[in-house]
Design a protein around this ligand. Sequence first.
Ligand code: IMP
Ligand code: MG
Length: 175
Amino acid sequence: MKIHDKEFIKYISSDEISITLKSIADKINVDYEGKNPLFVSILNGSFIVAADLFREIKLESEISFVKVSSYHDMESSGDVKKLIGLNEPIFNRDVIFIEDIVDSGRTIKKMTEEFKELGAKSVEVATLLYKPESVAVDLHVKYFGFEIPPLFVVGYGLDYNGLGRNLKDIYQLKP
Ligand code: IMP
Ligand code: MG
């Protein structure tokens, strides 16, 4: 399959993704029993993960959306920018970030610091994909679906220069 100038091959199927998101949600449902967490989906990439994960959450919970951007082309630029802020008060809230992928970890690290400054009671991360070998900061990722090598992937919300987000499966760059 071709996107822009690059060839991609299928890597993780939509069925595997659904099963995995359900199991992340099951863990969160147990860990946050009796609590009222605030989910924060980091746009653009995580909107599809957020939609599917959030519908498996049985807790009394809210979801909010923040837009940040740190990726240009196929490499994380490192300068994390917050583009659209939150409207909800964060003070004393149990916050769970929803991410499509944790790569360098800079986005989540920065967001975690900001939310702690705003007085969040706790901050955790739920991400579908996690590239532990790429992580460049000190970070704890509590909930992840798949640990993957430092591959470039698209689909299920993830893009290559704007395209590929609507693919139901996840594809990797053809080696
Ligand atoms: P980090 O700050 O380096 O962890 O980057 C996080 C963001 O970079 C993710 O939310 C994605 O939007 C983007 N990203 C990281 N790896 C990939 C990839 O393999 N394909 C597409 N986007 C990616
Ligand atoms: Mg993203």
